[in-house]
Design a binder for this molecule. Structure first.
Ligand SMILES: Cc1cc2nc3c(=O)[nH]c(=O)nc-3n(C[C@H](O)[C@H](O)[C@H](O)COP(=O)(O)OP(=O)(O)OC[C@H]3O[C@@H](n4cnc5c(N)ncnc54)[C@H](O)[C@@H]3O)c2cc1C
Length: 399
């Protein structure tokens, strides 16, 4: 496999590096350094979003006619890798990565004209209302009721694990409009305003102390019928289309950055006359994780090669999702082991952007435990590891 870039792509990489040098402020880098999970919070997210929007680089995967960059797959790969390794904010994907492509595929012209520019500018911030209590892996069993009343649907029920619902002004949402036939055939896809009367958002706080997800309650919430995407009772098709974008995203650059952090951390922890990085047992496990990471990277290259020849990543993206979740969690476990007793230190002020407060213990250590707890979710969110394995068994291995 030839994995070197063409001269043209190397020139693009240099352009990206110059842009990052000029635009990535110390505050933004620090905010990302203190981010325990996979997306940064709204406050810093939106600053970087606006910078990218001004540059015309906010939507690398959208078609150019809708405000995308028109970059080929290699340029998109270079952009993701370079910006991640430089410590740029990891933007939440619900608007640009999920709702936008879904609207481009299934929205009416009026919906595209209204929502797409607002997603690009950052004026609208979206959350994803799919999961419900009792309906996660078995999503088609969802119950949030939507009854027709004139020009409106009236919603009653709740959604759970809704990432950033406490920041969002919009939600794309699956609702039940019929109990007839298969569960999938009674689902409708709606867009709604989070300030509609009857919606309340209750926080769910992680063991790490972070607030990223919520439960959202609907009590006689009136949503105009024109906010429907696709036909009534046909929302499952739209929902599945959107999930292809959710599971297809990611990339190994975040794990590569985590590996670099872990190596820095190990080099800063004294052991005997040397450091943990020189300890034979720890070094062996670090190198094993690095080999696993390289396997993920080569799988990613294979997918990239297939896509650039016009193929679809298809269910193989489930393999990638599981491999990424495994390596992500393994790296967080090694980081906790490396900081040892300093993992116990509770020092939120040292994780506050601009506070200037130093961490007690190794500098990299302040984030070890929050990341460990937060990223337990990587084998659950977006479809659990077990469910991905079922997909691979059925659709890849034909079992
Ligand atoms: C951090 C985080 C953020 C999230 N953000 C969002 C969001 O923004 N919007 C949203 O809609 N949802 C979100 N989710 C929800 C997520 O999609 C669900 O948690 C996930 O699909 C699993 O569903 P569940 O939690 O109901 O677990 P369940 O489906 O109840 O699963 C429980 C266990 O049973 C196993 N299991 C279930 N079915 C099978 C099967 N058929 N075969 C083998 N094993 C099985 C699972 O693997 C798991 O171990 C988020 C979740 C997390 C953790």
């Amino acid at each position: 496999m030839n994995i070197s870039f063409s001269a043209e792509h190397e020139a693009f990489r240099d352009e990206v590096r110059r842009f990052l040098d000029d635009n990535l402020t110390d505050d933004l880098r620090e905010a990302q350094r203190f981010c325990p999970g996979i997306f940064l919070d709204y406050e810093h997210n939106i600053v970087w979003h606006r910078i990218l929007h001004r540059q015309g680089w906010i939507a690398p995967s959208w078609p150019k006619e809708y405000g995308g960059t028109g970059w080929d797959l290699t340029r998109r790969y270079i952009w993701t890798r370079e910006s991640t390794l430089a410590g740029a904010p990891s933007l939440a994907p619900m608007g640009i990565g999920m709702c936008g492509p879904m609207l481009i595929g299934y929205g009416t012209q009026a919906q595209k004209d209204y929502y797409l520019p607002r997603i690009l500018s950052g004026e609208d911030y979206w959350c994803q209302g799919y999961s419900e209590p009792g309906s996660g892996s078995d999503l088609a069993s969802l119950k949030l009721r939507a009854d027709v009343d004139g020009d409106h649907y009236v919603l009653n029920g709740s959604k759970i694990w809704t990432t950033h619902a406490h920041y969002a002004n919009r939600m794309f949402c699956l609702v039940r409009t019929s109990d007839q036939g298969k569960p999938q055939s009674g689902i409708t896809f709606l867009l709604l305003d989070m300030d509609t009367p009857g919606i309340s958002v209750e926080p769910i706080v992680f063991a790490s102390g972070d607030h990223e997800v919520n439960q959202v309650f609907f009590d006689d919430v009136r949503v105009p019928r024109e906010n429907r995407v696709g036909e009534e009772n046909q929302g499952w098709t739209v929902a599945k289309y959107l999930l292809e974008f959710e599971r297809g995203g990611g990339g190994s650059a975040a794990q590569e950055a985590a590996m670099a952090r872990l190596r820095r951390l190990a080099a800063a922890v004294p052991v005997g006359d040397g450091t943990l990085a020189e300890d034979p047992d720890f070094r062996r496990r670090l190198d094993e994780a690095d080999v696993q990471l390289q396997a993920v990277q080569y799988t990613e290259f294979r997918t990239l090669a297939a896509l650039s020849h016009g193929k679809n990543p298809g269910p193989e993206s489930s393999i990638m999702k599981n491999l990424s979740a495994d390596i992500t969690q393994r790296l967080t476990e090694l980081a906790v082991e490396a900081v040892a007793e300093y993992a116990q230190v509770y020092q939120p002020e040292a994780r506050t952007v601009g506070s200037g407060v130093s961490a007690v213990g190794p500098d990299e250590g302040i984030m070890a435990l929050p990341r460990y707890f937060n990223l337990r979710s990587s084998s659950i969110a977006g479809g659990t590891n077990e469910v991905q394995k079922n997909i691979v068994a059925k659709l890849v291995l034909g079992l």
